[in-house]
Design a protein around this ligand. Structure first.
Ligand code: SAH
Length: 374
């Protein structure tokens, strides 16, 4: 069958021309169970060839749900007046990181809405305090679109990675998902700025979001190929009741696993999470994500009291858990499928940090320090 030939070709060559990719994407719902399993097998073989059976952990600290933006899909959008807004103090954020450290987390992801209260000074102060207290850890920021100058300041303060999903690489689709004041070009420019400064960068998109067509996915892959990010986050779109997309259907498990596997075949060395949204639409979503090529999980380190307020979408899992429970649960889930969570920074293989001598850069091999089975 033609789709199988395309999968084999992608596996061999690591890329497909647009027309072939488009054909494969168009065929995805006609793949048999066995054909899907074959795709996932190839993807996870690519992943284990680089990362073994190690799963890197990124401790997520959702430090503010204030947001100046009004993205139509997102539960913390500005117009959601019913939401209880919160903002963690410096001390609360540091205490989340300390707790995470004790649980074996070596990367902290500070994520939030675009909060007007966040001065660059504040972000820099928090980043440098975390780095001081935990010098063997990486800090990742996921705080939206900022100026080149701000990104440079955060980097100089010690932030080394930045997650900024491009959301979609199709102009019309971008406009369908976002209000007029936001721009796809600007978001993409931010990603190029971050890369140029020297960050390990993460892009990505939702699967099955309203208005998304097969042609949108082809453009996503083309853009990702050009950007060549170190991390790629995808997860199913999940509707939130207080958004204009409340009544739209969620993205499916099969589609998300299909695109995860394709991403792994395109980007063998990328750090690709099995996301919380995937765990939300299926009880074993994250395990299945790893079995389709993902190699990162992001346990939640946010304080229990605020978790239910950082609801980007409906039904988000683990909102009643504490950090230790999330971490243990993820460890057990990975163990159940023959993988192990490791206490390592998990940098992009071979990544050389700018402005630093190579011997301080984190090495050229996947980070296998402290790889105790936690
Ligand atoms: N303000 C930051 C963080 C955004 S939240 C930024 O701009 O990057 C992180 C990601 O959650 C978003 O990039 C988006 O892709 C995803 N997300 C938001 N709403 C969602 C929904 N309803 N379903 C699934 N994913 C969603």
């Amino acid at each position: 069958m033609r789709a199988m030939d395309l999968i084999d070709r992608l596996n061999r060559e690591g890329t497909l021309p647009d027309d072939a990719l488009s054909e494969l994407i168009g065929e995805r719902n006609r793949l048999s169970g066995a054909e899907r399993e074959y795709l996932y097998l190839l993807a996870r073989e690519k992943s284990t060839a680089v990362f073994g059976h190690d799963i890197y952990l990124r401790g997520l600290i959702e430090y503010t749900n204030h947001c100046r933006n009004n993205c139509r899909y997102c539960g913390i959008r500005r117009d959601n007046g019913a939401l209880h807004r919160y903002r963690l103090t410096d001390e609360e954020i540091l205490s989340c990181a300390d707790d995470g450290y004790d649980l074996g987390i070596r990367t902290f992801v500070l994520q939030g809405g675009e909060d007007g209260y966040d001065s660059d000074d504040r972000i820099c102060r928090i980043v440098s305090k975390i780095r001081e207290r935990h010098p063997d850890c990486a800090v990742t920021l996921s705080i939206g679109e900022k100026t080149h100058e701000s990104y440079q300041r955060y980097y100089d303060a010690g932030a080394e990675r930045y997650l900024l999903r491009h959301e979609t690489a199709d102009e019309d689709h971008y406009r369908h998902l976002h209000p007029d004041e936001m721009s796809m070009r600007h978001r993409m420019d931010c990603l190029y700025d971050l890369k140029e400064i020297g960050y390990q960068i993460g892009a990505g998109f939702m699967v099955g979001s309203p208005g998304q067509t097969d042609a949108c996915y082809v453009k996503d892959f083309r853009f990702l190929k050009e950007l060549d990010p170190h991390m790629i986050g995808i997860g199913p779109f999940v509707p939130h009741h207080a958004t204009p997309f409340a009544d739209c259907a969620a993205g499916t498990l099969d589609d998300t696993l299909f695109f995860l596997a394709l991403l792994r075949l395109y980007f063998p060395k990328a750090l690709i999470p099995a996301t919380t949204a995937l765990g939300t639409i299926h009880p074993r979503g994250r395990e299945l994500g790893v079995l389709a090529g993902a190699n990162v999980i992001m346990p939640n380190l946010s304080p229990g009291a605020v978790r239910k307020d950082y609801l980007l979408y409906a039904g988000k899992i683990c909102v009643d858990d504490e950090a230790g429970q999330c971490r243990d649960c993820i460890g057990a889930r990975m163990h159940s499928i023959g993988y192990r969570t490791v206490a390592a920074r998990g940098d992009y293989p071979g990544f050389q940090k700018k402005h630093n001598p190579p011997d301080e850069s984190g090495g050229s091999e996947p980070d296998r320090r402290n790889q105790d089975d936690l």
